[in-house]
Design a binder for this molecule. Structure first.
Ligand SMILES: Nc1ncnc2c1ncn2[C@@H]1O[C@H](COP(=O)(O)OP(=O)(O)OP(=O)(O)O)[C@@H](O)[C@H]1O
Ligand SMILES: [Mg+2]
Length: 368
């Protein structure tokens, strides 16, 4: 997949302009606070329909403007395609692919990205939520049906949570509890199978990348932890469903007493270890960064294996905190497929990669 060009209007601090990109490595260079990450965010938006640093789309619209517009020319599935996104402060966002209206989750059919940004360290060092977000995003880009299952699960979860919150005021609500729990088990069984299959592939790739990346054969392992009664997450969905029902039944009274949803895939986690030791508690800053990057590179690899096309790699501020040898490893690996990498003036990435330089200064983008 290649992003050939991008037109921007009213997006963050970036000037209204069109930019042509190299199909190989694009080095986005500039001092702090010039708009480098904003440019990556615009590219990310073409794939996910939202920014990666915002909760609200309106934060992406330039201060003082009412509208923002992005247009990307993509080469994927053997043909040129166009993605248009329009955002307004007071109107609904409009997304189209080749002139046909789409929702955000449908964009990844045409354009997929893998992003690594400084916050991705949280995937290793923070709680399970960050790790679930990582795998949910990765699987959703590959399987639109997974994204649908996840929104269904979220909807059911909210219903059940409300029943459990409000039943003391209105005890009749409990009549529907069983039904919602059952729907959630059915939905969870399918989600677990998707997650197990994806994590197995990811773990294999990440392990082999990490051992070369660390240089000393460090062993990275990624295991999937789901509801404790599910002993085989690869079993047929109907079997997993039975196991989930058991767990749910044994927690029914506790759920009612605590007024919260205690059982389900919203508690799943990835157990990430380096040389058999939990990375979250013991890894050094550099080891965590290496592990997070290995997982992201593995995500790209799995995406390539599944679809035959490399997603576009977006690397924001990736080199800081890596020693020179690890930096070389990253720079050597990014040659396959299209890559955008941000850096400050002095990191000599152009010389080290031979990539096309894109200078960003006060929001103005120019080819170097
Ligand atoms: N909606 C917006 N409208 C106008 N300017 C914005 C908007 N959102 C962010 N900015 C500005 O964009 C500037 C550049 O931000 P960006 O994060 O892209 O910098 P950067 O070049 O990546 O810097 P660093 O090297 O520090 O990471 C910031 O100074 C910020 O104030
Ligand atoms: Mg930045």
């Amino acid at each position: 997949m290649i992003l050939s060009s991008l037109s921007l209007a009213g997006f963050r601090n970036l000037w209204d302009q069109s930019i042509d990109f190299s199909s190989g490595i694009n080095v986005i260079r500039g001092e702090n606070a010039q708009g480098k990450t904003n440019l990556l965010e615009a590219i990310f938006m073409l794939s996910c329909g939202r920014g990666f640093r915002t909760r609200f789309d309106r934060e992406l619209i330039r201060f003082g403007n009412d509208f923002s517009k992005l247009e990307g020319e993509i080469f994927s599935h053997g043909r040129q395609q166009t993605i248009d996104i329009k955002m307004g402060r007071c109107v609904r966002k409009q997304i189209s692919l080749n002139g046909v209206r789409k929702n955000s989750s449908e964009l990844s059919e045409a354009f997929r990205v893998v992003l690594f940004c400084p916050d991705d360290l949280n995937m290793i060092k923070e709680g399970a939520k960050e790790r679930r977000r990582f795998i949910d995003m990765a699987i959703s880009q590959l399987k639109p049906s997974y994204a649908e299952l996840m929104s269904e699960y979220t909807r059911l979860y909210e219903h059940k949570r409300r029943i459990l919150c409000d039943w003391r005021e209105k005890p009749s609500l409990l009549d529907a509890l069983e039904e919602y729990s059952d729907f959630m088990c059915r939905c969870s069984a399918k989600i677990i199978r998707y997650r197990a299959a994806y994590i197995k592939k990811l773990s294999m790739e990440a392990g082999s990348i990490h051992s070369r990346f660390s240089g000393n054969g460090e062993e990275l392992s990624v295991n999937y932890n789901t509801v404790s009664t599910v002993t085989d997450p690869f079993a047929p969905a109907v079997e997993i469903y039975q196991r989930l029902k058991e767990h749910q039944k044994s927690h029914r009274e506790a759920e009612i007493a605590s007024c919260s949803v205690l059982t389900g895939i919203h508690k799943d986690d990835l157990e990430i270890s380096i040389n058999g030791i939990t990375a979250r508690n013991y890894a050094s800053q550099g080891q965590m960064r290496t592990a997070a990057l290995s997982l992201k590179m593995a995500e790209r690899e799995v995406s390539f294996q599944d679809t035959g096309e490399n997603p576009v790699l977006l690397l924001d501020d990736v080199l800081s905190e890596l020693d020179p040898r690890r930096q070389e490893f990253v720079l050597n690996r990014i040659g396959e497929g299209q890559t955008f990498i941000t850096c400050c003036e002095d990191s000599r990435i152009k010389e080290r990669t031979g990539g096309q330089v894109i200078n960003v200064s006060e929001g103005k983008v120019s080819l170097g």
